[in-house]
Write a protein that binds this ligand. Structure first.
Ligand SMILES: Cc1c2[nH]c(c1CCC(=O)O)Cc1[nH]c(c(CCC(=O)O)c1C)Cc1[nH]c(c(CCC(=O)O)c1C)Cc1[nH]c(c(C)c1CCC(=O)O)C2
Length: 360
């Protein structure tokens, strides 16, 4: 498909988004924001006065409503499901809570082989039917105009919360278990992976066009440990997404040195944070993958001219090469002005390239 770079809005959001996932040319660069559903939308904040995060995520009518808000408000090309990565954990027998400021809490953390053996692996449709129902509602409401992004936690990121019980900085209990009791580690990762495979396949069946695997905490490992203790599991989840016919985005943070290994694990698109220059990151990842990123979310707290300069710098580095999805390097900061997100979407959609200029 050859599209003129002048052709304005020739594609729908979902066409543009999926073409980028397949590294095909698009009329303009697709864009969405991690945590666009929630945080800085006034409408969402009002809803949060009546319901907590997990109640919204577990109630299909509320979850779909929140997931759709940013599509109307910002003009993004995809709706991301308002669902936390911990939703599959209670079905495994883990007593889970969400501290809005700190993150996931697991009351019965896993430390021994006996603990691992007690964990259940059940079909996702049985344990989390509300997630699939919310996806079906969002898919229908968008009627093919924007893409639906389902989410799942990466095997490592989930294992860290399951072992530690509370979010920590270094995850030293979990890492010690990994190095000292590899059999327990691998048994746990295997079970988490079984649960994730069922979960992502159910999301795809429910209508998710793309599934983003958030291995947000992957940066705590170096490439050798990653390849040994994490990569085989991540590969299995990403392969399950491919088999289910959906596209995948493989995301991590603080992981510049891991990019080649993460790309080897799979993912149609690799999501990168702001700690790398996006053109150099793409070289590391390789041309057989697309790339998503990577504006520093904190830059969004600066005046518009500064935000705009950061946005244009990324677009210039990419030079409209097929396979780029514009996003922040991580979640939208709650203090972000929604007007700036709207302007960012327009800037990215209206960008027509700097073909005449020499790049960096
Ligand atoms: C660490 C943490 C978690 N969950 C939470 C934390 C504490 C700090 C924080 O806000 O990040 C708490 C949480 N989870 C969610 C919220 C609501 C967000 C909001 O108000 O906008 C809040 C406050 C929903 C969610 N939680 C998540 C989503 C989906 C992802 C998205 O919309 O981009 C939503 C709506 C995903 C999630 N959930 C978690 C991780 C690591 C991820 C992956 C994304 C990331 O690295 O930030 C665990």
């Amino acid at each position: 498909m050859q599209l003129s770079s002048q052709s304005g809005s020739a594609q729908t959001g979902v066409e543009r988004f999926l073409a980028a996932c397949r590294r095909q040319q698009t009329d303009t660069t697709p864009i969405w924001f991690m945590r666009q559903a929630g945080h800085c939308l006034a409408e969402y904040r009002t809803l949060r006065e009546s319901y907590d995060i997990l109640t919204i995520a577990r109630t299909p009518e509320l979850c779909s409503q929140v997931s759709l808000m940013p599509v109307a408000q910002y003009g993004v090309d995809a709706a991301v499901m308002y669902t936390d990565i911990i939703l599959p954990l209670p079905g495994m027998g883990l007593q889970t809570e969400l501290d809005p400021a700190r993150g996931p809490i697991v009351r019965n953390p896993v430390r021994t082989m006996q603990d691992v053996n007690a964990l259940r692996v059940l079909p996702a449709e049985e344990t989390t039917p509300f997630v699939m129902e919310a996806i079906r509602i969002v898919k229908e409401a968008l009627s093919g105009k924007q893409a639906v992004i389902g989410i799942a936690g990466g095997p490592l990121t989930l294992a860290l919360y399951i072992i530690e019980g509370v979010p920590t900085r270094e995850y030293s209990t979990a890492k010690s278990l990994m190095y000292q009791s590899p059999a327990v580690w691998h048994a746990l990762l295997n079970k988490i992976t079984d649960v994730l495979v069922s979960y992502v396949q159910a999301e795809a069946r429910a209508g998710a066009d793309t599934i983003q695997l958030f291995d947000s905490n992957v940066g705590i490992l170096g490439p050798g440990a990653y390849a040994q203790f994490v990569q085989p599991y991540t590969r299995r989840v990403l392969e399950a997404i491919r088999q289910a016919g959906a596209q995948s985005i493989h995301f991590g943070t603080g992981n510049a040195s891991l990019l080649p290994e993460m790309a080897r694990a799979g993912g149609d698109v690799i999501g990168v944070d702001w700690r790398v220059d996006i053109d150099q990151a793409w070289q590391q990842i390789g041309v057989e993958h697309g790339i998503m990123g990577n504006l520093d979310p904190t830059l969004l707290l600066a005046p518009w001219d500064t935000i705009n300069a950061g946005c244009i710098d990324i677009l210039k580095r990419i030079q409209r090469r097929p396979g780029h999805i514009f996003n922040l390097g991580h979640a939208v900061h709650p203090g972000t002005n929604p007007d700036d997100l709207r302007r960012l979407v327009d800037t990215v959609h209206n960008y027509r390239g700097h073909a005449a200029e020499s790049s960096h």
